[in-house]
Design a protein around this ligand. Structure first.
Ligand SMILES: C[S@@+](CC[C@H](N)C(=O)[O-])C[C@H]1O[C@@H](n2cnc3c(N)ncnc32)[C@H](O)[C@@H]1O
Length: 414
């Protein structure tokens, strides 16, 4: 272990901002403690912890030895309400229960029979994780999307999508081809499998993530939750394979549905590779269903802007977001363009008037700071997370066809 010191710069806000620095070629980030002041010198302890991660602990003027975060790439730190990032380990009993190696997520609402997914987070003798480790837990937006996929409104939406496909194509291709990107433990893909089984829709669902360790976990979770999607007559096949964003599957298979939850956290550099994989694999008439947990809207919007340029337009999944159930959980009905826009009155109203109860005090999203987050109960934390989650659907808007038509008219006149 070694120590370095950093002075809090004059324009920084303790309790809100973070400081990044380079250590042994790796960028580390540390939250500025809320009880620190501008000009204070933070003593940062850096070095490898038991897991081999580079850890950073800080204390003001060498004071406390509180661990403020494990700095691993860009993840695992809390800095502000919009920057905060944490997975679900042991949460709200009504929806999620968990032990160290097992998380349960209850699916099904309205007229649908319930089913509880059991998701393992590690396996004996699991080897080094090739990714950033975020696959080994269930994320709040994953739970929201999984539960949304099994609600009545989403089932109706998918049934409609399937009927359209069946009418348009011959019977041997009327399987619904689905894929999930960055599946983690597979919560969303398995929920989709459940929803399609309940709708009697034949489908193949491919769960993907980065590296063999993640795929081992996914295969284990598919195996454990077979009952969710197997039935005597119709078949839903669920498989797992490694797929790194920017790459394509060997046969460039096209999918009718691509799912993704909490994929935009990983710096804007990942957006182009992610979009490359999406646009390579999404059928021209297919639908991408995306759960977004907003943390840095200015950055995350770039994903939607880049998608737009490629002809892939995302709109709020209103069929589901406007249901009373989702409206209560994820109240933000704004578009991605409006979210986080400090000039947008509707966003300002949302941010200043959406309240979360913390120890019996109602605080708006704008007021919540890092120390509030530390004292939130599991239920309060879930509510806080869900206020910053939205579900979108993306489809190709066929701008190319219009452009091609215009060009061909030009050729004739010459
Ligand atoms: C925040 S987790 C979300 C996991 C899951 N979707 C959920 O909501 O619970 C992000 C996931 O994306 C995966 N991921 C990150 N970068 C990736 C990349 N370049 N290629 C493929 N998967 C990636 C991670 O391994 C992880 O499983």
């Amino acid at each position: 272990m070694a120590y370095i010191t950093i002075q809090i710069p004059p324009d920084a806000t303790p309790g809100v901002d973070t400081l990044t620095f380079q250590y042994q070629g790796q960028e580390l980030e540390i939250s500025i403690p809320y009880d620190a002041q501008v000009g204070d010198v933070l003593q940062i302890q850096v070095g490898a912890n038991d897991d081999g991660d580079v850890a950073a602990c800080d204390g003001v003027d060498g004071g406390s030895d509180n661990i403020d975060g494990i700095a691993k790439g860009e993840i695992g730190k809390k800095s502000s309400p919009l920057d905060e990032m944490d997975g679900v380990h042991d949460k709200d009993e009504t929806t999620v229960t968990g032990s160290k190696d097992d998380t349960s997520v209850a699916l099904g609402s309205g007229t649908n029979p319930s089913f509880t997914l059991q998701l393992v987070e590690s396996r004996p003798g699991m080897t080094q994780n090739e990714g950033d480790g975020t696959n080994a837990m269930v994320w709040p937006s994953g739970i929201v999307l999984a539960q949304a996929l099994t609600c009545d409104a989403a089932m109706e939406y998918m049934n409609h999508m399937f009927n359209r496909k069946s009418a348009a194509e011959s019977s041997d291709t009327s399987f619904l081809h689905c894929m999930e990107l960055g599946s983690g433990l597979g919560v969303c893909g398995l929920a989709l499998a459940r929803a399609l089984k309940l709708q009697n829709i034949e489908a193949r669902i491919l769960l993907t993530d980065l590296g063999e360790t993640a795929i081992e976990l996914l295969k284990e979770n598919i195996q454990r939750n077979q009952q969710a999607f197997t039935s005597d007559d119709r078949t839903v096949n669920v498989e797992a394979t490694s797929l790194i964003w920017g790459e394509t599957l060997p046969n460039t298979e096209k999918f009718d549905v691509i799912l993704g939850s909490d994929l935009l956290y990983n710096t804007s550099e990942s957006y182009e590779p992610l979009l490359q994989t999406i646009t390579q694999h999404l059928h021209q008439d297919g639908t991408m269903v995306l759960a977004v947990r907003w943390r840095k809207p200015d950055l995350e919007k770039q994903f939607f802007e880049k998608a737009s340029v490629l002809g892939l337009k995302f709109v709020l999944w209103k069929d589901v977001m406007e249901t009373p159930q989702l409206r209560t959980r994820c109240p933000c009905q704004l578009s991605w363009k409006e979210y986080g826009d400090s000039e947008c009155e509707a966003f300002k109203t949302f941010f200043c008037e959406t309240k979360v109860s913390i120890s019996n005090n109602a605080k708006s999203l704008a007021e919540i700071n890092e120390s509030d987050m530390e004292y939130m109960s599991d239920t309060e934390y879930t509510k806080f997370e869900e206020c910053q989650i939205q579900l979108y659907v993306g489809k190709f808007v066929n701008i190319d066809k219009t452009a091609a038509k215009k060009r061909s008219i030009g050729d004739i006149s010459s």
